[in-house]
Ligand binder design. Structure first.
Ligand code: MSP
Length: 688
């Protein structure tokens, strides 16, 4: 089939903000899209999978300023970090768009011009409350009121801006939701959006003049385009919108409208109200569907940089592999709802579903074929020594193929995997009941025919499962497929998946275990990596951290003990210059205070951490410090210590730590030795 005849499928992730390091919350959106894209490719769709980074706006400008690098350099670094992670995760995106690319700028200006030419953009003055953090005009707020999005105090501003006539689109949007129930999923989100639009739409300010880091308004470069309008247009600019080039125009014709915009539930209003209104204003078709997923929670709250409770995807990938993370997220989280991540649950799932169920099925089936049939797929006899249980597996396999497809295409990933695993469970049970290892000991034609049937049945079911779940766990199913002596599973035409396609007499590949079992040290290793990793510079080892993200380049003689003491984080954005020096202003940002330990105890489940309550003059702070190997809790009570007092809180073993204790790192093992004073010093005194 040539590409032109294939049906097309265009799927997008949101583009990721470059003011935070990527974590598994971001990885979740990408993994979901990647699994969908892989399945669509296997079903023969001409699939275009887009991801990228959202690089403009005041936050990014601020992060770059705090790190003392030009914004462009900053965004280059963080965007590369996202891309690098997605490459490591084997995310099969077809394009990675960056909003600082010229092709995107061209697309944004083109859409702006079109909307203006149609009379949907006008200039006006806004006087009222504004949240600098969210770049949001809060019409209903009074001076001093908090921002409804982030809770930070709003500022009073008076600004001349460009406005978009959003109010003109309420009826059209409501009609679209009504006529296209599939436009917003799940249903609950759809109802929320409808209620919001019915509540009335006000015109939207779509330019800013208080900062520069954005795309200039055509012919009025004092203004930059509102970051959400800028960002949403990535879905068009990446496929050629705004370009006069013939190939780009063709590409746009081919792929627009998008089939799926996959998003997190918090950005639904932008995608389901503003975005379709912008497109209607420019006479462009609307995307076919916007699918909202829930949040990944860690210890009950949304994983986010500001809460300091993130888990990095790299940690899981390094220790358990890509497929472990992908499987866990799709199996454990009910798609559309919030789901919890924990290392315990991850390892439990990994061991039970991957190592035990699928891993064992693959290794015992393939090992027995190697041993008893010299590594060639055996010929099952259609007549001799057949049992109803053989056909039962075949029938279940066919039912599972249909069910997995239906559930998967309905975004019910967890249930789809459950269905595939029901087949794995049945085949494992079948093997236990049929005891091929005992049949192999028996002599005679009939026993041989029975053995061939059992092992063929198991291998064929294994092949079917591997093809079905390949979009979710591509690495391991690729290996299983090779061990079955087959080619590239990603090129297999899933629509043709039937019983009986495993070539008889085919030679197996090298049989190796696919999922080595995890043991109790696995969790400790991941936790350790998280504690070390969260102290690592971001975005790249040689580059400074985003503002507010604890980071340090190099290993100083003194260290602050906030969690284990292996790394030495320094507080907010005290980023060194090229020669490694920081300014006095940088240093003054660090609030060092004398504190007195009031209470200390060991943190359960670790031998390194202590929980401390420290009086810092104005309040008693709870801290978690990685000093338990060097200091007993009793020896610390009453002791005066130095605290970094203005550090963002972070959770260690579920306990919030609000600061760090300063310690020297001594000897090869980096034993912490607490900083102290020879003279008596009052509690709360500042160090400078
Ligand atoms: N830049 C905007 C999107 C613009 S699209 C035109 C943005 N970026 S983001 O980096 O904050 O979020 C990108 C995606 O990551 C969203 O789908 C968001 O829901 C997802 N996640 C970030 N943290 C998450 C969790 N803790 N859990 C699940 N997904 C989360 O919004």
């Amino acid at each position: 089939m040539d590409q032109g005849q294939k049906p097309k499928f265009y799927i997008t992730t949101p583009i990721y903000y470059v003011n935070a390091r990527p974590h598994i919350g971001h990885a979740y959106t990408s993994i979901v899209c990647d699994s969908i894209a892989r399945r669509k490719r296997m079903l023969g769709y001409d699939t275009f999978f887009l991801t990228g980074t959202d690089e403009h706006g005041v936050h990014v400008e601020r992060s770059a300023t705090a790190a003392q690098v030009p914004p462009q350099k900053w965004v280059d670094q963080v965007s590369a970090e996202f891309r690098g992670l997605f490459d490591r995760m084997n995310i099969t995106y077809d394009d990675f768009i960056r909003t600082t690319e010229p092709r995107h700028q061209r697309g944004v200006q083109e859409l702006f011009r079109r909307m203006k030419a149609k009379g949907f953009i006008y200039k006006g003055t806004y006087t009222g409350q504004y949240c600098v953090y969210d770049e949001l005009y809060v019409d209903a707020a009074k001076p001093g009121d908090p921002c409804p999005e982030c809770g930070r105090p709003t500022e009073t501003v008076s600004e001349e801006n460009y406005y978009f006539k959003l109010s003109a689109f309420a009826e059209k949007l409501l009609a679209h939701y009504k006529n296209h129930p599939e436009f917003i999923r799940p249903e609950t989100r759809r109802n929320e959006v409808i209620a919001f639009v019915k509540g009335g739409l006000r015109d939207l300010s779509i330019s800013r003049s208080t900062f520069k880091w954005g795309i200039p308004v055509p012919r009025d470069p004092k203004h930059v385009i509102y970051v959400w309008l800028d960002a949403l247009i990535n879905y068009l600019s990446a496929i050629g919108f705004g370009s006069r080039d013939e190939a780009d125009e063709k590409k746009f014709q081919r792929y627009w409208p998008a089939d799926v915009h996959m998003i997190g539930k918090e950005i639904i209003r932008f995608h389901c109200v503003y975005w379709p209104a912008f497109l209607l204003a420019a006479d462009l078709e609307l995307p076919k569907s916007v699918i909202a997923h829930g949040w990944l929670l860690f210890e009950e709250s949304k994983m986010s940089k500001s809460r300091g409770n993130i888990v990095r995807a790299e940690t899981v990938i390094d220790v358990l592999g890509n497929d472990a993370l992908r499987y866990f997220l799709l199996r454990e989280v009910v798609f559309g709802q919030d789901g919890s991540f924990s290392f315990d649950a991850l390892v439990q799932r990994y061991n039970s579903d991957l190592a035990n169920d699928l891993g064992n099925l693959a290794s015992r089936t393939l090992t027995m074929i190697s041993r008893y049939f010299n590594g060639s797929v055996p010929y099952p006899s259609p007549t001799v020594a057949r049992k109803p249980s053989d056909d039962a597996i075949k029938e279940q396999a066919l039912a599972v193929v249909a069910e997995v497809g239906q559930l998967f295409d309905d975004y019910q990933f967890s249930r789809a995997l459950e269905s595939a695993w029901s087949l794995i469970g049945s085949v494992n049970k079948y093997l236990v009941e049929q005891e091929p290892w005992i049949v192999a000991e028996k002599e005679g034609e009939e026993a041989r025919a029975r053995l061939a049937t059992i092992l063929y049945t198991a291998a064929e079911a294994l092949r079917i499962v591997a093809a079905l779940v390949h979009p979710v766990i591509p690495d391991s199913t690729g290996r299983i497929w090779n061990q079955l002596g087959l080619g590239d599973v990603s090129r297999f035409a899933l629509a043709d998946l039937k019983w009986g396609q495993l070539p008889l007499g085919g030679k197996l590949g090298k049989v190796e275990p696919v999922f080595p079992r995890a043991d109790k040290t696995t969790i400790e290793r991941m936790q350790q990596m998280e504690q070390e990793g969260s102290n690592q510079p971001s975005p790249a080892p040689s580059s400074p951290a985003p503002a507010g993200e604890g980071a340090h380049a190099g290993q100083p003689a003194t260290q602050a003990a906030h969690g284990p003491t292996e790394a030495a984080p320094a507080p907010n954005a005290a980023a060194p210059n090229k020669d490694g020096k920081i300014t006095i202003d940088d240093f003054m940002k660090v609030e060092l205070r004398v504190g007195q330990v009031k209470f200390a105890e060991r943190v359960k489940g670790t031998d390194k951490l202590l929980r401390l309550e420290v009086d810092i003059g104005t309040e008693v702070r709870q801290l978690v410090a990685g000093i338990a190997l060097a200091y007993s809790p009793e020896s610390l009570i009453g002791r005066k210590v130095v605290i970094v007092a203005n550090l963002q809180p972070r959770k260690l073993r579920g306990i919030e730590s609000n600061g760090m204790i300063v310690a020297a790192s001594v000897g090869e093992d980096g034993k912490p030795v607490l900083a102290g004073f020879l003279e008596d010093v009052p509690v709360g005194a500042k160090l400078k």
